[in-house]
Design a protein around this ligand. Structure first.
Ligand code: AMP
Length: 419
């Protein structure tokens, strides 16, 4: 019979990769905690409307990539394609905004987008998502970016490229939109089919187009930076000033518009040359109207999402195996010794010590081979004679030295070794 495989674009994370994932998560908990972030866990399934309203009806995600279905014909539900909309829904539903003026939340988990799978692009992928709700002070933008760079640094990833841009606000964006429509309007014939449609629905999305010809046209288009109002300009300058205080290297990228409609003012991406076509590791930005658009009060926010798979693939293999081998392997010979070993093995495990043994009754040689393969620090050799003499041989696997120990003292000896 054929085995059943995972769904295309859905991927297992298996050991030792999971060790690396836990290392990344623990680093995030530590770093984010020091910056005042607390964890939130939100459902994977939401009402479809949340993403239509949040991300924007005419974005690629909402138009083409969502896993949406009618739950027994009653209600349209969607597997979340990103976390920000869900975090804000929870923030409003639990009136967290009424209890505090600044809220810093993070969440780690799977997202779902029906994109064409390829290296670094999956249909279920994971994100580390951080959001600050409340302040619109530029220092908040800088603090969030600083935390991100510090986090990447802690993971040994200092050489990534940070690009920032300002997308302006509701006041200054319409003039830019008009300029883009009139610029692209004169070149409709040269644009791809998708962009011709985008011109009528959401012209800023043309900036995201991967078609070469469209990219070439866009490179000559008016720049948003030339249209932003004085307030937005001042805000952006202050963000940059704060980043410079901490000597965070960055590059201005006037063409970065990000793939979601909710962004305003500061936006940023972290990219790397090491990932080929899927070079974006982190995307983020300010969203000053999203809370209001989702039915809440006028509360500004800013956040980022780190692509977990892409981040993990950048961490060198030598960091991969953060877990060590077992402390002890118990090699038992004969039935009586086997029983004693079983007791001892599980008693030590309940004390939090990683111990392994073999149930197959193999020869001493093959049991010691297994202890070696598992990278055990010590092996305990327990035979019929040893049981009769109430003793066992404890072997230091690294130094190849062994000593006889009394079985009554064994638990204490092993506990000492574990310290
Ligand atoms: P976005 O939510 O689109 O701004 O994406 C934020 C980050 O999530 C990106 O920079 C990627 O690292 C990651 N990401 C987005 N889509 C995928 C995908 N289909 N597969 C793997 N990672 C993804």
């Amino acid at each position: 019979m054929e085995i059943i495989t995972a769904v295309r674009g859905f991927k297992d994370i298996i050991p030792p990769e999971t060790d690396k994932w836990r290392h990344i998560e623990e680093t995030a908990y530590r770093v984010f905690g020091a910056f005042g972030f607390r964890e939130i866990r939100v459902p994977l399934l939401e009402k479809t409307e949340l993403f239509c309203r949040g991300i924007g009806e005419t974005t690629d995600i909402v138009e083409k990539e969502m896993y949406t279905f009618f739950d027994r014909g009653e209600e349209s539900l969607t597997l979340r394609p990103e976390a920000t909309a869900s975090v804000i829904r929870a923030y409003l539903e639990h009136t967290i905004h009424a209890a505090e003026t600044v809220t810093r939340l993070f969440t780690i988990g799977p997202m779902f987008r029906r994109e064409r799978p390829q290296k670094g692009r999956y249909r279920q992928f994971h994100q580390i998502d951080a959001e600050i709700l409340g302040p619109d002070d530029p220092r908040t933008d800088a603090e969030l970016i600083l935390m991100l760079i510090h986090f990447l640094d802690k993971l040994g990833l200092a050489k990534l490229n940070l690009e920032i841009n300002s997308l302006g606000c509701a006041k200054c964006r319409p003039a830019f939109r008009e300029a883009i429509v009139s610029f692209l309007g004169g070149r409709v014939e040269e644009l791809c089919g998708d962009c011709q449609r985008r011109l009528g629905t959401n012209p800023l999305r043309v900036f995201d187009c991967k078609v070469d010809k469209c990219g070439e046209i866009i490179s000559r288009a008016p720049r948003l930076m030339d249209f932003i109002c004085q307030d937005c300009r001042d805000h952006f300058e202050k963000v940059q000033g704060c980043l410079s205080l901490f000597e965070v290297p960055y590059r201005l990228n006037a063409k970065m518009v990000r793939g979601l409609d909710y962004y305003t003012r500061t936006t940023f991406e972290v990219t790397t040359e090491f990932l080929g076509a899927q070079n974006a590791v982190v995307g983020g930005g300010r969203y000053d109207h999203l809370v209001r658009d989702l039915g809440g009060p006028d509360i500004p926010g800013i956040g980022f999402a780190i692509g977990f798979e892409r981040l993990a693939s950048l961490i060198p293999d030598r960091d991969q195996d953060v877990s060590r081998g077992p402390l002890l392997f118990i090699a038992a010979l004969g039935e009586k010794a086997g029983e004693r070993a079983f007791m001892l093995c599980n008693r030590l495990r309940m004390k939090g010590i990683h111990v392994e043994m073999d149930y197959a009754g193999r020869s001493l040689k093959s049991q010691m081979k297994r202890a070696d393969r598992l990278k055990c620090a010590y092996a305990l050799i327990l035979g019929e004679r040893e049981i009769e003499e109430n003793s066992a041989l404890l072997r230091n696997m690294h130094e190849s030295a062994q000593e006889e120990v009394c079985l009554d003292d064994l638990e204490e000896i092993i506990k000492k070794l574990a310290r």
